[in-house]
Design a protein around this ligand. Structure first.
Ligand code: NAD
Length: 359
């Protein structure tokens, strides 16, 4: 019999330690995993309509086998459901169900389910025990780890949120078999981000014929290392925003419909790489190396012909902006990261215009 390959990544948070467990086929063992970290046998499974149709039965079956009493609530799929309205509906459902402080919340789905269910778990009754069961490349490699939860406002992404560490992250990479190609690829932008900012070995992996599970685990382990040292983004965690200043602005500009988060981040990385070249923080060769990886992963190279002025106004609203000045994370090479808060509109315009945006 083949041995089961389980990778268990330790994560430190102010609320205690937890583990991000990569276990292919592990959804069938969700009950056992959850039972070990939850305070009571009562759980609410939160999922979105797509994921629920595919995996709710398996998840509920696994919880039942471990004698956990599970109820389920379903939210609409997609970024447009990452709102206060969705959170509000969940609060009402939790109240109807009589959810109490010992009820465990299990977020089964991608980053959207993780962020909304996590936000509700952070705020309902001032905090409920939470487990993430991420089912997208993006959520397994990145979003499920680190305790950030949020919802979007029309004014911008993730503007309302809370830190709420999970008790466990259980990533079953077998669930990725049903993930549409476009989403599969989008998550790899976050893997590339980790490679470009922190992990030379992961970068070399992405430049070769890489194995998906390994790349996701490597990125997750790096994220775990970073958030264990800097949970609240006082310093090092800032690096994980590479590509996100322009990325978040693009997402908002596209009404959270036009580009997936990862697609927007890939454009954001290309923009950051160009800004580094233009300002002398990086080199043209380094920019091209990053572009070549993003090309290989299947991300479009030509920047969308959006208005730079509009994009800049979204960037100024970003929660990391100070006094309207967006913050840019630039890289000189892997591991050499600079945070710049003073890039002028002129410099940003030159960079984005040279990539294809409209001055
Ligand atoms: P998503 O949650 O919208 O999932 C993508 C789509 O795939 C959805 O339609 C979903 O229903 C479907 N899906 C999910 N798993 C599936 C599966 N196994 N099989 C078939 N379909 C499946 O998107 P995402 O890319 O996972 O997450 C994006 C969100 O994550 C963004 O809102 C972003 O801001 C957030 N995020 C959060 C953090 C954090 O630290 N909290 C970090 C990065 C990103």
């Amino acid at each position: 019999m083949a041995t089961r390959h389980v990778v268990s990544i330790p994560v430190k948070s102010s609320a205690g330690r937890y583990r991000a467990v990569f276990d292919r086929g592990g959804l069938a063992r969700l009950g056992r995993h959850a039972g070990a970290v939850l305070p009571s046998e009562r759980v609410v499974l939160v999922s979105d309509a797509h994921v629920a149709a595919l995996y709710a039965e398996a998840a509920l079956g696994a919880l039942g086998r471990a004698r956990l009493r599970a109820e389920m609530v379903v939210i609409p799929a997609g970024e447009r459901a990452k709102t206060l309205e969705t959170a509000r509906r969940l609060y009402d459902q939790f109240a109807d169900m009589g959810v109490d402080r010992a009820t465990g919340i299990i977020a089964l789905g991608g980053g959207v389910v993780g962020d909304v269910a996590g936000f509700v778990a952070a705020t309902y009754l001032r905090g409920l025990p939470l487990i993430h069961v991420p089912t997208t490349t993006l959520a397994q490699a990145d979003a499920a780890i680190g305790g950030k939860t949020a919802v979007d406002l029309p004014a911008g992404k993730n503007l309302v949120g809370a830190f709420h560490a999970p008790r466990l992250v259980l990533a079953d990479t077998a669930t990725l078999a049903t993930l549409p190609d476009r989403h599969m690829r989008a998550g790899l932008a976050e893997v590339a981000k980790v490679a470009f900012t922190l992990e030379p070995e992961l970068l070399r992996l992405l430049e070769g014929a890489f194995e998906l599970d390994t790349a996701l685990q490597r990125a997750a382990a790096t994220k775990a290392r970073v958030v264990s040292r800097d949970e609240r983004e006082a310093g090092m965690r800032m690096v994980l925003n590479y590509g996100h200043t322009v990325g978040h602005a693009l997402e908002a500009l596209g009404g959270y419909r036009r580009w997936l988060h990862g697609e927007a981040v890939a454009f954001g990385i290309r923009a950051a790489a160009r800004l580094a070249t233009l300002t002398g923080a990086g080199t043209a060769a380094w920019e091209e190396r990053q572009n070549a990886v993003l090309d290989r992963l299947g991300f479009a190279r030509a920047f969308p012909p959006v208005s730079i002025a509009k994009l800049f106004s979204y960037m100024s609203l970003d929660k990391k902006a100070r006094a309207g000045a967006p913050v840019f994370v630039l890289t000189a090479r892997v591991g050499v990261v600079r945070v710049r808060r003073s890039l002028s509109l002129g410099t940003v315009t030159r960079a984005l215009a040279s990539l294809g945006a409209r001055p």
